[in-house]
Design a binder for this molecule. Structure first.
Ligand code: SAM
Length: 231
């Protein structure tokens, strides 16, 4: 793995193992307005929810009070530890496992969410295996909601390495090919405590070149939400 790769937010990035606190600052700054939560709230009410690749638990504290059961799944122990410390654990269970083999019973979950997970898995066999395994545990008429970056925003311009290659577009194409429908495009922003915090986080994740492009603690971001119903 070259140096550039180890700094990106791909599925096995060292940030999820060695610098979960840094990832947590990034994740909490993302969608500062909470518009993804507003979108998800009516869809998860009283449901049994699986959060695939929950990371440091961005959604668990706000969504857990609304569901019947909340399952946090992540392959990184350090990410899960931060998620555990965010709530009182009522109704919540934690699984440290690869999302390719989650250990849950088939037809046991009403709704799954996977926010910035499928697009971060670069191995296409693994990406498909994670999707299939998530579908396996969903009940009939269950739904998967996926959040990924949407194109044409300041954030995407900042992190883009190659002018003509958009991982955002590749993820969108893959999801649509697998039966997902884009159901919302959300205009929001990252808001960090200071410009220095923002630059530090980008430096740790993407390296110095990209962190120099960050010129404000507030960064415009577009988020796409995709839905797939499992029949
Ligand atoms: C970009 S982060 C997103 C975290 C969280 N969903 C959020 O919105 O902040 C990706 C997370 O998915 C986890 N992850 C990636 N691939 C995984 C896999 N195959 N199985 C389980 N977790 C995985 C990583 O450990 C990381 O915590």
């Amino acid at each position: 793995m070259n140096n550039q790769q180890t700094h990106k937010l791909e599925s096995n990035s060292k940030i999820y193992y060695e610098q979960s606190n840094m990832y947590n600052i990034f994740s909490q700054a993302e969608d500062y307005k909470g518009l993804v939560v507003d979108f998800l709230k009516p869809l998860i009410l009283d449901k049994k929810l699986l959060d695939v690749g929950c990371g440091t638990g961005k959604y668990v504290s706000v969504l857990a009070p609304l569901v019947s059961e909340y399952i946090c799944l992540d392959q990184s122990k350090t990410q899960l530890e931060i998620a555990k410390n965010k709530t009182n654990k009522d109704k919540i269970s934690y699984i440290q496992a690869s999302a390719e083999k989650n250990g849950l019973n088939s037809n046991s979950v009403d709704v799954a969410i996977a926010t910035w997970v499928l697009g971060s898995i670069l191995d296409i066999d693994q990406q498909l295996a994670v999707l299939k395994e998530t579908e396996r545990v969903l009940k009939e008429n269950g739904s998967i909601y996926v959040a990924e970056n949407d194109g044409g925003c300041e954030f995407e311009e900042i992190i883009r390495r190659e002018p003509n290659i958009s991982t955002t577009k590749q993820t969108k194409d893959w999801l649509e090919e697998k039966g997902f429908v884009k159901v919302s495009s959300i205009d929001t922003y990252f808001e960090f405590n200071s410009l220095k915090d923002a630059q530090d986080v980008f430096y740790n994740i993407w390296g110095s070149e990209i962190s120099k492009r960050v010129q404000s603690e507030k960064i415009a971001h577009k988020i796409a939400i995709y839905e797939k119903k499992v029949i």
